[in-house]
Structure formats: C-alpha cells, structure tokens
Write a protein of this length. Structure first.
Length: 331
C-alpha cells in the first residue's frame, strides 16, 4: 500500500502551503520503464470538522471531503500554516475541536509541520524537549510561547526522526523533498524536484532571507558614532575613533554601545559590513573582490568567511539567489 499522507486543513490556511504536500508527495512512483509505476504516496486532505468548506486567508474557501477521522489512517500527518489559530497563537493552547481532531493520530505516526503549523505541534506537546523551527518572523514569539522547545530560527527545516518542522512558506517544499529523499533515495527526490522545477536542495538557511536593521534613535548616546561609522564602512574603523565621536572613553563607549545595541561595537560593525555586502551583491555587478573592498572586509576570503558565517551561504550563492534579474550587466 502507498504511504498515506494526511494533510490537516485548518481555518485560515494558506493555499500555497496546503498544496505543497499534494504536489511533492503526489509525484513519486515505483520505477517503471513506461512511467506507469504505482504511486509511492497517497495524499488525503482533512478538516477538524465533518466534510465541508474550510476558509482560507485568500478570497475563497476550499471544500474538504474528509473529516478528522482520516488522521487515524495516516502514516504521516502534515500541518500547514494557518492565520486563524486563535488560542494556539495567543496562549499556546489547543481548542477543544483541534485537540479532539489530533486525538485520532495513532502513536508512531510521523508528524510534519510547514511554517507556523509548528504552533499546533508545540501546543499539542509533540515538540517538548525537541529541536524545531518555524518562520523566522515568528521564531521569537514561538520560543516565548513554548519554552520547552529548542527553537532554531536559522535553518530551512529540522528532521528529528518522527517529528519534522520547516521554516516559512517555500521551506515546506525543501522539507517534503527531504522526506521523499529519506524514504526513497536521492534519485526519486531529484526527479520530483525536476518535475516541480525547483532545486533538489537549497544552500544555507533562513538567515539569508532576514534583514535585521538596527533601530536608530536620536535619544541613543552612541547614535552619532554609528552614523559616522556607517559612512566609512569601506575603510578601517577603530573603536577609539568611534568613542571619540561621542567624546567618551573607550571603556564607557563600549559599555553604552552594548546597552543600546545589544552587541559589541565590533559585532555591530561586522553586521553592517555584511548588510552592505548583501546590498552590493543584490544590486550591482561588482566582482566579489570589489564588494569585499567596498564593504570594508578587504579581501574576498574575509568576505566569504563573514557572509557564510552570517547567512549560511557563499557570496556567489547569495548573489545568484537575490541579484535583481532585470539589472543591466555592468550596472
């Protein structure tokens, strides 16, 4: 029998994410010269209520033909994201309806979440003491709401054996392809990726998609030093020079800076250089060597080291993903 994947369609679901399991698990087949092999997975969609319409976050409903009893037949349960989880998002507590639905899941069933679907697994206690991830924009809130979960906000997905979680939106594709690879090998997963016109494996994690600008306020006593440094990122900037902009001793400046920015001046400066490099990689055709000089890293080797440490990918891989496609060569 095919491996049965049951996808739980919750009120307020995101249609794109609901469709990921159907697409990725719906393609793999047993090897057959004519391409007519049996499907390796059977994908079923169910609701927490009896069959009927389920509202989405778009301007349409979907009609689900299976109720929560379908969860009892699952080998794998997938929980995509939803924008209408109410107490789950606010208090980390399952509604009675959702708890009753999850009670149908048999022990030993593989559990998978896409994006903020991890809130449901965490509220049900499935993630206690385990590593997990979710969309980077929700990671801090998720960790506060579920302190027993070991949240990693930088990865695209986490495979913890019988419980797997993915980061936001398209990271659900990465996770589902990983599951196909784990179940049936690289060749099958690569074939599904080709037919879906997506890469079989993406480099890096969520960090490359996150912008973390440091808030600047006129009340900060080190704001002038930061503004001065930002205008000189392409050259050397010393701690003593930054302290001089505020007429402070190095010791006092370092203490004040850490209180206001949450990091040391050196760490902040490196972050700003990485942000400058990101901008140049995205918006110009400058060579990696020139980007390294203009961002203040000096050498391409130093740029690669810092970009990979911050973003999880090389400068070249980052540019390939994010550089403006319509930009004229040499601009």
């Amino acid at each position: 029998m095919p491996h049965r994947v049951v996808v739980l369609a919750l009120d307020g679901l995101i249609p794109f994410e609901l469709g990921i399991p159907q697409r990725i698990f719906g393609l793999p087949r047993e090897p057959d010269p004519l391409g007519r092999g049996e499907k390796l997975y059977e994908v079923v969609t169910c609701s927490v209520r009896p069959p009927g319409p389920v509202p989405t976050d778009a301007d349409f409903h979907i009609v689900v033909e299976h109720g929560p009893e379908a969860l009892a037949t699952a080998d794998t349960v997938v929980v995509p994201a939803s924008y209408a989880l109410g107490p789950v998002h606010r208090e980390g507590r399952l509604t009675g309806e959702l708890a009753a639905a999850l009670a149908h899941i048999r022990p030993g069933t593989r559990l998978v979440s896409i994006c903020t679907g991890a809130y449901v697994l965490a509220a049900a206690g499935y993630l206690d003491g385990r590593p997990a991830t979710t969309h980077w924009a929700s990671a801090d809130h998720f960790q506060r709401l579920f302190p027993k979960v070991r949240v990693d906000p930088d990865v695209l997905f986490i495979d913890d054996g019988d419980v797997l979680t993915s980061a936001g939106v398209a990271a659900g594709i990465d996770l589902c392809l990983h599951i196909v690879r784990r179940d049936h090998g690289t060749a099958v997963a690569n074939d599904v990726a080709r037919r879906s016109v997506v890469p079989p494996h993406r480099d890096g994690g969520q960090a490359q998609f996150v912008r973390r600008p440091l808030p600047e306020t006129g009340l900060a006593s080190t704001a002038a030093a930061r503004a001065w440094a930002l205008g000189r990122l392409d050259g050397p900037v010393s701690l003593r020079e930054m302290a001089a902009q505020e007429s402070m001793s190095v010791r006092t400046f370092t203490r004040r800076f850490r209180e206001e920015a949450g990091v040391s001046p050196g760490q902040w400066l490196t972050r700003q250089r990485v942000e400058r490099a990101r901008h140049l990689l995205e918006s110009t055709a400058l060579s990696v060597d020139q980007v390294a000089r203009d961002a203040g890293f000096g050498t391409a080797a130093s740029l690669r080291q810092h970009v990979r440490a911050a973003l999880g990918v090389s400068p070249t891989a980052y540019r390939r993903t994010f550089r403006t496609k319509a930009m004229a060569p040499g601009s």
